[in-house]
Design a protein around this ligand. Sequence first.
Ligand code: FE2
Ligand code: FE2
Length: 314
Amino acid sequence: MTQIRDASRELRIDPDSVGGGYFKHAVYNHWDPYEDVDGTLLEQDRERLAAADALGETEFEDLMQTLALFGAGEEAVTEDLAPLMLAVDDIDDQMFVSSQIYEEAKHTQFFDRYWREVVHPVADAKGFERVAPTDQRFFPDGYVELFDRTEDAMERLLTDDTPENRVKAYSHYHLVVESVLAQTGYYGITSALSPRGSDAVPTGDFPHVEGLVEGISYIRSDEGRHVGFGMQKVQHHLAEDGVDEAVVRDTLQDLMPLVAETVSATGEVAEPMPLVEYAREKLTRRIDIITDREATIPDVEELVALDDEPAAAD
Ligand SMILES: [Fe+2]
Ligand SMILES: [Fe+2]
């Protein structure tokens, strides 16, 4: 008969475990994608974009592509995390991964909302064609390939759950897609469309869209927590389960060209080269921390803080 609890513990959860601590942090920092980004801010985004003379058809196409890539990415990772939920066997980790799936779903919701409430109405106001966020023209081959490979790495856990395959799964999902690709993209968009971000990234002449940037700030902060969890897990598998650090290094380096192709797809919003550089730096820093068993993963508060300076961003 299945026991209702394993015999190794008294209480159900361990609040001092990595999963337990990260879960608590997720609960405390909950936000609502329907309400917490005020509708009046989205209305202001709509008005500013509709009134911007610099926003011609080419620029609008690029802005749509940027949002389409993020939205599809969030949708893909919502589903792709499910195998990890089945693989992890500790309740604290299960609680954290369930919170992460929920958060990826919230991110998907925010981009859907933005398309409905801002993108389509702006297209109408400008007399441009309404394009669906799922239109295939938005997705470069490298992007599709990156997400296909990530899905495969996650699904492998269902049939062949080994420490090495866990490291590969975290390396695809948490390190490359969430840490390097998403954080680079969000950094670019913050630089292009708000007073924050970095002047090191030359951007197009877009109005500041505070509703979008506020939504993205909530999302970035969640992503910091997700990345921290993945880094902790990879570091643990390398140090305790004898997984070769070359697995991380090779996975990250194999996927880097696909990341570079993706961040270069929308040149009207932000210039590709500084973003590729930012992504490369981030990737190197990740490898350095994870492969050093003595290195401390930054505290979760530090990981979720929005630091828009490239030199300081983790
Ligand atoms: Fe996300
Ligand atoms: Fe995430």
